[in-house]
Design a binder for this molecule. Structure first.
Ligand SMILES: Nc1nc2c(ncn2[C@@H]2O[C@H](COP(=O)(O)OP(=O)(O)OP(=O)(O)O)[C@@H](O)[C@H]2O)c(=O)[nH]1
Ligand SMILES: [Mg+2]
Length: 317
C-alpha cells in the first residue's frame, strides 16, 4: 500500500472495509502512537454497530479452539468477523501462540475473518486500551462480530473481557475443582458459561457446581443468571447453541459500550495511561528508590512526580 496514503484516505478505505487498510491501521494502533489515536478519534462516530464478545477462562480451557469455531459458524451465517487474541505475555500462552496461529490459519484465506494478536510488551495498563482501540477499529471497518480472547488470569485480561458487550467464560472439566477458586475473581463477569470439553468426564459435575453457585445469588442475581451451554470445541458441537445464548445475552443486556459506567471506567484508565506515559520510568524509579530507602516519604514523592507531569504534560494529550 502507498506509504504516502493520507490519514483521510486511510480512514475512507477502512470505512469501506478494505482489508489492507485495516491491517495497516491495526499496526498503527498496536504501536499506540499519536497517529493511531487520531485515527480512532476520527473513526469513533462510525462505531457502535458490532457485537463485541469477550471470551475468557483459565489457560488451556479451549478458548482459541472455541473462538475459531464461533468464527466458522458466523461465516456460515454470512457475517464478517474480527478476532483479537490478547497475549498477556504470561508463561501460559507462550506455547499456545503458535498453536493459535496454526488453528486460526483455517481462516486466513478468508478476508471475512480478520485476526490480530496483541502483545502487552510489558507496558503498564496499555494493553486494555490498545485492545479496545483495536475493537473500535474493527467495528468501524464493518466487522459485524468481534471476538476478543483473553486468558482469565490477570486483572487486565479480566477487565478487557468485562468491557465486551457479552462475556463468555470458558471452563472445562478438570478445572472443576477450581470453581471455588475462580469464583472469587471472575465467575461473576460471565454473561454466558461455556462448558467446553463436554466429551470428557466431569462436565456434569462442573455444570452442577456452576448452578450451585448461581443459586446462592440474591433474587435479582438469579433472574439475570448467566446461561450455561455445553460444547465440544474440537468437534464443533454445540457451537450454534452457544452463539444463540450469546445473542440472547446481547439482546437482554444491551451494549456495554453504550453505557456511561463503561466509559467512566475506560476514561479513567485512559487518563491513567496517558499520565503515566508522560512520566519517564526512571523518574518513578528514582523516587521509588528513595521511598524504599526511607529518604523520602511517598506523599512527597507523588507531589514531585505530579510536578514533573505538569511540566512534561503541557502540549501532549
Ligand atoms: N477433549 C477436548 N479437548 C479440547 C476441546 N477443546 C479444546 N481442546 C484441547 O485443549 C487444548 C487447549 O486448547 P486451546 O484452544 O489452545 O485452549 P486456550 O484456552 O485457548 O489456551 P490458552 O490460550 O493457552 O489459554 C488443545 O489441545 C485443544 O485441542 C474439547 O472440546 N475437547
Ligand atoms: Mg488460546
Amino acid at each position: 500500500m502507498d506509504r504516502q496514503l493520507s490519514s483521510d484516505q486511510l480512514e475512507n478505505r477502512i470505512l469501506t472495509g478494505d482489508a489492507r487498510a485495516l491491517a495497516r491501521a491495526a499496526t498503527l494502533i498496536e504501536s499506540q502512537g499519536e497517529i493511531g489515536r487520531r485515527l480512532i478519534a476520527a473513526l469513533f462516530p462510525h462505531t457502535g454497530r458490532a457485537m463485541v464478545i469477550g471470551v475468557t477462562g483459565p489457560p488451556g480451557a479451549g478458548k482459541s479452539t472455541l473462538v475459531d469455531q464461533l468464527a466458522k459458524v458466523l461465516r456460515r451465517q454470512g457475517k464478517t468477523a474480527g478476532i483479537i487474541a490478547v497475549d498477556p505475555s504470561s508463561p501460559y500462552s507462550r506455547g499456545a501462540i503458535l498453536g493459535d496461529r496454526i488453528r486460526m490459519q483455517d481462516h486466513y484465506p478468508d478476508p471475512g475473518v480478520f485476526i490480530r494478536s496483541m502483545a502487552s510488551r510489558g507496558k503498564l495498563g496499555g494493553l486494555a486500551a490498545a485492545t479496545l482501540d483495536m475493537a473500535l477499529l474493527l467495528d468501524a471497518a464493518g466487522r459485524e462480530v468481534i471476538l476478543i480472547e483473553t486468558v482469565g488470569v490477570g486483572q487486565d485480561e479480566v477487565e478487557i473481557a468485562r468491557l465486551a458487550d457479552v462475556t463468555v467464560l470458558v471452563l472445562g472439566p478438570g478445572f472443576g475443582d477450581d470453581v471455588q477458586a475462580i469464583k472469587a475473581g471472575i465467575m461473576e463477569i460471565a454473561d454466558v458459561f461455556a462448558i467446553n470439553k463436554a466429551d470428557l468426564p466431569g462436565a456434569d459435575r462442573l455444570e452442577q457446581e456452576i448452578r450451585a453457585m448461581q443459586s446462592l445469588a440474591d433474587d435479582a442475581g438469579r433472574e439475570n443468571a448467566a446461561s450455561i451451554r455445553r460444547v465440544v470445541a474440537t468437534e464443533g458441537k454445540g457451537i450454534g447453541e452457544l452463539l444463540g445464548a450469546i445473542e440472547g445475552a446481547f439482546r437482554t443486556r444491551g451494549r456495554r459500550s453504550a453505557r456511561t459506567e463503561t466509559w467512566n471506567y475506560r476514561l479513567r484508565e485512559m487518563l491513567r495511561d496517558s499520565l503515566l506515559e508522560n512520566l519517564a520510568e526512571e523518574m518513578v524509579q528514582q523516587h521509588a528508590d528513595r521511598v524504599a530507602e526511607k529518604i523520602e516519604d511517598p506523599y512527597t514523592a507523588v507531589a514531585a512526580l505530579r510536578d514533573e507531569l505538569s511540566h512534561a504534560g503541557s502540549g501532549r494529550m
